[in-house]
Design a protein around this ligand. Structure first.
Ligand code: ADP
Ligand code: NA
Length: 330
């Protein structure tokens, strides 16, 4: 088959996905499985770069997989698996570690940001080398494209550099991947602080929509979203970030264009927009949550889906690793 291959992963750390994860990433994954040969994984190896409780990690990994299925990933149309089920990730990561310069790894800005927050003594070497594990994740599958947010661009550049370095030293082995920056994608902002992106590490839980929370609680958060003292419902990210964020969410969840929404709410109050969006949110979140719960209530089916996914993934990963090992002299 000649469809370009994509590879993407999501961390299992928070349990519930938030609205930004869904609208900014997972929704595009669902679309890409139609046009691409798509590999998607729950990156549990990446989760232990910071301390994790084992029982929670195990549970969160399953919850993440269940949510991906609930969002519409179809194991018949994509390869869905858990990273730790495919041992080749850690094996190729070691090879890539040995190919990376210390200075080169030290330039990764995400590490600088995260380690600065944690302090040097609490920062693991795993967090430092995690972009190199990401390199292995991508190269194992010979991915052509990697759908990521803008914040991951530097890691894709590292992936390209290391693939080229290996190919030059040892012979053509890896496909050079291109970033597939999800720019048509909605960036979702915190409902209480629309200058910050919605994140699991939100300052106030009221700003964060978790998809597995009670839909009524999410409706309430929409209704108490921070807006501005103006009264016009118009998209203007700079001067009206709160209202613009609500319009973005409304538009991406319903498919209505921003222009259509501006027209619909012409002359109306913010309360009307919030009430309607709260309803849209409940209509989206309720079936998503129910479907996720159905997968979690049927562990045999979920295990079997993930086992089959790991088998499909391993077939590709093992072949790539065997070639790389052979070229290295193993
Ligand atoms: P967080 O920022 O909450 O820690 P992650 O880094 O785990 O979330 O993000 C997982 C995926 O979700 C990434 O592809 C990221 O680009 C996307 N994503 C996260 N937050 C947002 C947001 N507020 N808007 C759009 N996409 C987002
Ligand atoms: Na992030």
């Amino acid at each position: 088959q000649h469809r370009p291959r994509v590879l993407s992963g999501i961390q299992p750390t928070a349990g519930s996905f938030h609205l930004g994860n869904y609208l900014g990433a997972v929704r595009q994954w669902v679309a890409l499985q139609e046009s691409h040969d798509a590999f998607y994984m729950v990156v549990d190896l990446h989760a232990i770069t910071v301390p994790q409780d084992p029982a929670e990690l195990r549970s969160n990994t399953r919850i993440a997989a269940a949510q991906l299925l609930a969002a519409g990933l179809d194991p018949e149309r994509c390869t869905l698996f858990v990273q730790s089920h495919v041992p080749e990730h850690a094996q190729l990561a070691w090879v890539m570690n040995c190919l990376t310069g210390f200075g080169e790894a030290s330039r990764m800005t995400q590490f600088k940001d995260k380690s600065a927050k944690q302090g040097a003594d609490r920062t693991s070497v795993g967090l430092f080398t995690y972009p190199i594990l990401q390199v292995a994740d991508i190269l194992l599958y010979q991915a052509h494209q990697v759908p990521v947010g803008e914040d991951q661009r530097q890691h894709i550049e590292l992936t390209r550099d290391l693939a080229e370095r290996f190919n030059t030293r040892y012979g053509d082995t890896f496909t050079i991947p291109a970033p597939y920056i999800l720019k048509e994608t909605a960036k979702i902002y915190d409902l209480q602080d629309p200058s910050a992106k919605m994140s699991k590490s939100a300052a106030s839980p009221k700003g964060l929509i978790n998809l597995l929370d009670d839909p009524k609680a999410s409706a309430k958060k929409v209704k108490s979203a921070v807006t501005d003292t103006d009264t016009v419902i118009r998209y203007d990210a700079e001067n009206k970030p709160g209202v613009s964020n609500l319009l973005t969410i409304y538009s991406t969840l319903t498919g209505a264009s921003i222009a259509e929404l501006e027209q619909k709410y012409e002359g109306k109050m913010y309360g009307a927009l919030k009430t309607d969006l709260a309803e849209v949110m409940v209509d989206f979140v309720t079936p998503f949550r129910d479907r996720t719960q159905e997968y979690l209530d049927d562990p045999e089916t979920l295990d079997s889906i993930l086992a089959k996914g790991a088998e499909k993934a391993r077939a590709v990963a093992a072949e790539t690793l065997a070639t790389a090992y052979d070229r290295l002299g193993f």
